[in-house]
Design a protein around this ligand. Structure first.
Ligand code: DGT
Ligand code: CA
Ligand code: CA
Ligand code: ZN
Length: 584
């Protein structure tokens, strides 16, 4: 089990205890443990081995023992007993957005509702609205939430799928029968959510069986759903499904292209092969049109391609990066030699939107900055919450000044390393589009990230006006998570993004790609247009702890999906370049 999985179990324990009506302090201790473990900058195994778990804030002997048990045995007796003492359906109910343990407890105690289906029925019968503290509106919200859960079930956040895929692709790579292997599908294309993980391997036919065998017998596999001579499907811990295909090395380039998709991109390529070469195309190769589908599999491809580069060349196209394969103009651009040179992780020199213990982060400004420096970055922007964010411990004007002094002092030290902390704020955009600080306070910051955190329910017109007004403010630098969506959890608020993008272009404001895997907002589909209008992008991890800085990698994937180049992303500027860009 890794620390994310351990954290998820502790989070669930917190919820289960809350459902049981346990002591709130005990409940909070588990939630806190989950947050601390999730944000550990160190390897959990090392901490356990060196018996240093109790050094973590809020983790005593008892919690340390539980973490150790879970990490070392993959099991936790306490958790399993707790789980089996509760109706399974109650836990399912907690997946409904905005429906936490407190509300679940009420409907369970009052109405004996212990499953999503029963909850839905109770809503439809008007029984939930009649409960104390609920009402018509929350009943409606719950019904919408149930619909969302059903719609999203079976999909996973990018980072979860990525993490699950890494040990498997490493194992495949080191398998002696494997000639080449790759991840394919939506994960290779860096989609924001992943249905299942696709693995592709090339091998001699005699080795296929052993490869399939190893794949299906890996530790951490919950069940094997299909197993044949050249393919298998499994369910991984965490409920993610994974497919493996084994092909010969001659077929590899074609199969890799096919199983990377997208389906729409494949269909467009197939049409091109037919039109341009009178060839049909499938996962095994090209074959003369009109022949049976099987012929490429049996006779070999009529044009040999060792790599995907060869394959695109055969279709008279420049190589198309996997992130672009969505049939959104990439084939036309590849034909005309107009594909962009996409931004890469190594181009990033810093980032802007991170939190510290001054608001709701778990590390000090200094620790965050040191971690960024250790990653090889030249600058880090700290943008803690503004005063309206009480829940997130937002800063008032007085604390802003104290934080400014701290940053100034730290910068004396970091300057010796050629590193700088930029002093920013994630300032709330209030309901009327004004900002949470007055101009005098805003002027204290090196830059201002303006974000909507409250009042999500206004109509599109109002919300668009609200955000555009904030973008017109001369002291705003960039727009944070423009739609407020939480992937697989809640849709963004209603907002006219083309208008917001136009306003950003007009007022020369940056738009963020919030790289937190829950957000990935602004959506990749909108960037090509934004870039054409000259809007610059900031890739921001919205980090609340040190490991979160790694989200920059996910953000790069999204930027690449949005056709962005080094020139479009301001974090590719050097420290000097950013200092100049932020001067105002
Ligand atoms: P996902 O898993 O829903 O996140 O999305 P993908 O793109 O990974 O889809 P998946 O796993 O069903 O299939 C992997 C790739 O295989 C897909 O991107 C394209 C290819 N593929 C699957 N089914 C079809 C099909 O019916 N026609 C074509 N042309 N390609 C397909
Ligand atoms: Ca897939
Ligand atoms: Ca699949
Ligand atoms: Zn925010």
């Amino acid at each position: 089990m890794d620390k994310k999985e351990v954290a998820a179990v502790f989070e669930e324990i917190g919820a289960l205890l809350e459902l049981k009506g346990d002591n709130p302090f005990r409940v909070r201790a588990y939630y806190n443990a989950a947050r601390m473990v999730d944000g550990l900058p160190e390897d959990l195994g090392t901490l356990i081995k060196e018996e240093r778990l109790t050094d973590i804030k809020g983790i005593g002997k008892d919690l340390a023992a539980k973490i150790t048990e879970l990490y070392t045995t993959n099991k936790l007796g306490f958790y399993e007993e707790l789980r089996s003492s509760m109706p399974q359906g109650l836990l399912e109910m907690l997946k409904i957005p905005g429906f936490g343990p407190k509300r679940a407890k009420v409907v369970y105690d009052k109405l004996k509702v212990d499953s999503v289906d029963k909850l839905e029925a109770a809503c439809k019968a008007g029984k939930i609205a009649a409960l104390d503290g609920f009402g018509e509106k929350s009943q409606q919200k719950i019904l919408e939430g149930i619909a969302l859960v059903r719609q999203f079930s079976g999909r996973h956040l990018y980072d979860k799928a990525y993490a699950a895929a890494q040990p498997i692709i490493e194992a495949l790579r080191s398998h002696e029968g494997v000639i080449r292997c790759s991840i394919g599908g939506s994960l290779r294309r860096c989609r924001e959510t992943i249905g299942d993980i696709d693995f592709l391997v090339s091998a001699k036919p005699k080795d296929a069986a052993a490869i399939i065998e190893d794949f299906t017998e890996r530790p951490g596999i919950l069940s094997v759903t299909a197993k044949g001579e050249t393919k298998a499907s499994v369910v991984l811990r965490g409920g993610i499904q994974a497919d493996l295909r084994v092909v010969t090395d001659d077929q590899y380039a074609f199969a890799l292209n096919y199983f990377t998709g997208s389906k729409e991109h494949n269909i467009a390529l197939r049409a091109r092969a037919l039109k341009l070469k009178n060839l049909s195309l499938n996962e095994y190769g090209f074959s003369p049109a009109g022949e049976k589908e099987k012929s490429a599999k049996e006779l070999g491809s009529s044009i040999k391609c060792k790599t995907e580069e060869d394959f695109y060349k055969a279709l008279e196209l420049d190589y198309v990066q996997p992130e672009l394969r969505e049939d959104m103009g990439e084939i036309e651009a590849a034909e005309e030699g107009k594909l962009p040179k996409l931004v890469e992780l190594s181009n990033l020199r810093g980032t802007f939107h991170c939190h510290s213990t001054w608001s709701d982060g778990i590390e000090s400004v200094e620790a965050m900055a040191q971690a960024a420096l250790d990653l090889g970055l030249e600058y880090l922007g700290i943008a803690d919450h503004s005063k309206s964010e009480h829940q997130a411990n937002g800063l008032d004007e007085k604390r802003v000044r104290l934080q400014a002094a701290e940053v100034k002092k730290l910068n004396v030290k970091f300057a010796k390393e050629g590193f700088r902390i930029f002093f920013g704020t994630e300032c709330d955009i209030l309901a009327d589009g004004s900002l949470d600080f007055d101009d005098k306070t805003l002027a204290l910051f090196d830059y201002v990230v303006a974000s909507v955190h409250q009042g999500f329910t206004m109509n599109t017109e109002k919300m668009t006006k609200r955000i555009c007004k904030a973008l017109a403010h001369p002291l705003v630098t960039m727009l944070g998570h423009p739609t407020g969506r939480l992937l697989l959890e809640r849709e963004g608020y209603a907002v006219n993004m083309p208008q917001v993008i136009a306003a950003a272009a007009k007022h020369n404001k940056i738009i963020e790609i919030n790289a937190h895997p829950y957000r990935l907002d602004m959506d990749w589909r909108l960037w090509k247009h934004a870039k054409e209008l000259g809007v610059k992008c900031a890739i921001n991890p919205d980090a609340h702890n040190i490991p979160d800085l790694q989200f920059l990698g996910v953000g790069i994937g999204i930027a690449r999906k949005g056709w962005l180049t080094k020139a479009d992303v301001i974090n590719c500027l050097t420290l000097k370049g950013v200092e100049k860009a932020l001067r105002r």
